[in-house]
Design a protein around this ligand. Sequence first.
Ligand code: F6R
Length: 617
Amino acid sequence: MCGIVGYIGHRDAYPIIIKGLQRLEYRGYDSAGVALYNEESKRIFTVKTKGKVQDLIDKVELNGSPFTNLGMGHTRWASHGEPNDVNSHPHLSNSGNLAIIHNGIIENYEALKTMLKQEGFTFKSDTDTEVLVNFIEYVQQKENVKLGKAVQLALNQVVGAYAIVIFDVSNPDEIVLARLGSPLAIGVGDDEYFIASDATPFIDYTKDAIYLEDEEMAIIKRGTAIQIRKIGDDSIITPNVQELEFSLEQIEKGGYEHFMLKEIFEQPNAIQDTFRGRLLADKGIIRMAGVDDNIDRFLNAKRILIIGCGTSWHAGLVAEYIIEDLARIPVEVEYASEFRYRNPIINKDDIVIAISQSGETADTLAAIKLAKANGAFVFGVCNVVGSSIARETDAGAFTHAGPEIGVASTKAFTTQITVLVLLALRLGKEKGVINTTDYYKYLYEMMAIPDKIAEVLESNAFLEEIAAIYKDATNFLYLGRGYNFPVALEGALKLKEISYIHAEGYPAAEMKHGPIALIDEQMPIVVIATRKGHYDKVVSNIQEIKSRKGKIIAVVMKGDTIVKNIADHTIEIPETFEALTPLLTTIPLQLLSYYIAIMRDCNVDQPRNLAKSVTIE
Ligand code: F6R
């Protein structure tokens, strides 16, 4: 996620901003930049670069930063436009008077850009942010209003999510900020204000902070009190100044003990971000540029081949069920590492979908090259914009999950599934496999998923209790059927990689072909038994386990009574369509692994022998 730092006061802003950006490095980013008000020239001094904050410092030092007590800095995690110097923030308006930094996504930026071009505006970058700053300038000129009013009027016409900081050289005693869906904190000092995505950049200077709420904006004027307003109706809000009690490390992890836990809890928001601008349920629209531009290829595809590794491969397995079910296109899923080293049959009218969080996995990258060399069209599902896989694929859809720092994939998995469900629904609708009524039902149910995940997350404390009971087990079995078979594999992988307990995932019906021999009173078995998808058969499997004294941890749907009576522990998920259950059933499995691992004193964010990005074979 991008990082924001701003300063207005009496000190030299540049060192404060740079230190702040360094503090925000933990969030992950691909480029960095600063915009400083130069009092001598009365212009904005901007330096931006792809790469690290240190690269930015080196570049600024070459140019020599002016003394300034008004400025802003940004670390960018690309969402629109690849990571490069031009796309980095801050962005200036056409007149050069306004400088902006922005986190989030402006969904209607293309329509605004078209309008602005007609009005004579030009653009240097591919970003939605440059559109926003010019739109604010356009409103400012058209309505002849001050910056604060222009920001407010413009934001009322913007669709999307944002945290922005903006200033105007013609009024260097003022800085304006606004938020909707992306955090912004204001550090209140003595005649000075610090602005940042979270409090880490200013904790050394002040312990007094105001957290801007969604749909609020703040106008900070030198020498006067801060003014906070509602963006929508202009009402004034009394600032709520809170005393910071967190340590630096706690703030970086959003108050969570580990990045993994933070990322598990981020899933409702991450999935909203995956939907953003793509899923318009009221209009019955699923919009994904990479699919829209290649729709005929998708509709004429004889087969879809999905490749990936680890968790991404599991997301591919879920997609196999979903795409075959909802769009009736044959799907094959393969480990990228196997695919690349055999002699696979790849036809020109096959579509290859490559799934990768990092976009750098060497095996997946090599498999993509092989598929392309054989004439296939390759579609990427990646999280990291500008990554090698994102660049190598012919088209794709980003998951927009934000940086995943914990080595064990969590939000990457659920957002990958989200993209693939959208793809399946879009294709199913176009091919006439899903009727309009069912299609709409799916769209609305998808919209409800983030809240349902939030509900599942409420079982957190209960999962901690279950973890305490089984933390010393030496083996675990995970069982699921249909859509939840890949979830069983994913649950087992999560436990293995962070707690070092041996775990295996199986389709529940396969138990009788071997794994049942392992079951005794020492063996915990996690069973996904949603009331959909072969429920009766899974219940029989649970009874077979019970009669062999295995310990059953069951994930069931709300209101289940049958499994509840047999299992040792049951975790409920809300009712949803079968195809969407993996988005909910995965969550308790992630939490169970997390708690078992910390109870075993394992380093959950950096498990032994594992790397976040596997760039070697
Ligand atoms: C598991 C995990 C790995 C990755 C795999 C692929 O939690 O993180 O199994 O899923 O290394 O990585 P990406 O998705 O970056 O290609």
